[in-house]
Design a protein around this ligand. Structure first.
Ligand code: SIN
Ligand code: CO
Length: 384
């Protein structure tokens, strides 16, 4: 898929550094969805979607509508210059969930979601730069991508748009993607994809924590664990020559309070595992219909033949020591003793587990308890 490059070669020379075009990355093409099915998804309540319409003569020249849409919204559209985008399609179409397994050379926690866009002729979202790495896979149709390396600040954007579009764009490279081709873009590269005729594009998007958000989330977590009734105290206050001075002794106490923030490795590492696997605010894991005991679990397993990892849950683990592996699932932590530690790489390394695989796993002590807990959480499910 990387055009003859090894994963290590890709990471060393391209990842977060420069674009890579791979012709025929998917030699058979890749199209698990038709434009009609995509439009159907964009009409569903629980699906996140957008319709972006460019009208150069209008003010503003770009319009953005958010789904869910009604069928009539699509019937009113012109022949060209619009695109509909469906976010997190891996949650709704299993083939897109499985597509992510082609990218396991990048850690789970860096993966964000799969998005699919359908564009009418000339449709696109305008020239822009993203903060994240993305692999753009061309589905049916053709799209012309133009790339540029100019700086992008708020001052370079068309003002007043609900969309980040550059006011002026100097393209330095241009590629025409055909079905099955793939373009990798690191963060910050300006890109504009314009459909040549109707085109479907699949984006496998990555994420990286924003430094300010990371620090503020850690701080918030520390604060939540602190005693809110503890105050600065100075029963040892001496008489001061001038009341205006903040004394060295007072500053020492203040520094002590600030430094009491837990900044040790274990506090940070354990917080991060939960934080980065947590479900997005306002989103929830779909709860299983029934609580299972061992026997029902085995029955359902043989009935369905497979157990799947939910796309609503992120799985990651940390090997803390020879005796402790921490499995993080959807913000929850499962400490695994050496006997069960094999379960962490196994559960995190794939999305689908066959019956044979699970039955072999269940031979080992503690496995059933963990699988039942994850099922109960909604992180594992039996597919229809
Ligand atoms: C698309 O239009 O499918 C991709 C949007 C993007 O450039 O990020
Ligand atoms: Co983009």
């Amino acid at each position: 898929m990387l055009g003859g490059l090894s994963a290590a070669g890709f990471l060393a020379d391209y990842w977060q550094k420069r674009p890579l075009l791979v012709r025929g990355a998917f030699p058979q093409g890749f199209c698990p969805i038709s434009p009609e099915e995509l439009a159907g998804l964009a009409c569903e309540e629980e699906v996140e979607s957008r319709l972006i319409h460019q009208q150069p003569q209008a003010d503003p020249p770009w319009q953005v509508q958010h789904g869910p849409f009604a069928e009539a919204d699509f019937l009113q559209l012109p022949q060209s210059h619009w695109t509909v985008l469906v976010q997190e399609i891996n949650k709704h179409v299993p083939a897109f969930a499985l597509l992510q397994d082609a990218f396991t050379f990048i850690p789970n926690w860096r993966l964000d979601d799969v998005m699919v866009s359908y564009a009418a002729d000339q449709g696109g979202v305008g020239p822009h730069a993203d903060n994240y790495d993305v692999f753009l896979i061309q589905g049916p149709g053709q799209r012309r991508w133009r790339l540029g390396y100019q700086p992008v600040g708020p001052e370079h954007l068309i003002p007043g748009l609900p969309l980040r579009v550059l006011a002026a764009f100097q393209a330095e490279e241009e590629y025409l993607l055909n079905e099955g081709d793939m373009l990798y873009l690191p963060p910050g590269v300006v890109h504009e994809g314009v459909a040549i005729g109707e085109a479907l594009t699949i984006s496998v998007g990555f994420r990286a924590p924003n430094r300010v958000e990371l620090l503020s989330a850690y701080l918030a977590d520390c604060l939540a664990q602190m005693d809110g009734e503890a105050f600065y105290a100075d029963p040892d206050l001496p008489v001061q020559a001038n009341p205006g001075e903040i004394s060295a002794a007072a500053l020492g106490k203040i520094r002590g309070i600030i430094r009491s923030l837990p900044l040790d490795e274990q506090s940070i590492d354990r917080w991060f595992g939960s934080f980065i696997t947590d479900v997005r605010p306002g989103h929830y894991l779909p709860e299983p219909e029934q609580a299972l005991d061992h026997n029902t679990f085995l029955q359902l397993l043989s009935q369905h033949g497979e157990l799947w990892r939910s796309e609503y849950a992120r799985f990651a683990y940390v090997t803390e020591s020879d005796t402790l592996t921490q499995l993080y699932v959807a913000g929850e932590v499962y400490p695994l003793e050496p006997e069960q530690s094999f379960l962490a790489p196994l559960l995190c390394g794939q999305r689908v587990y066959t019956q044979e695989h699970i039955l072999a796993v269940l031979q080992r002590p503690g496995s059933m308890e963990l699988l039942l807990s994850l099922y109960q959480l909604g992180a594992l499910y039996f597919p229809d």
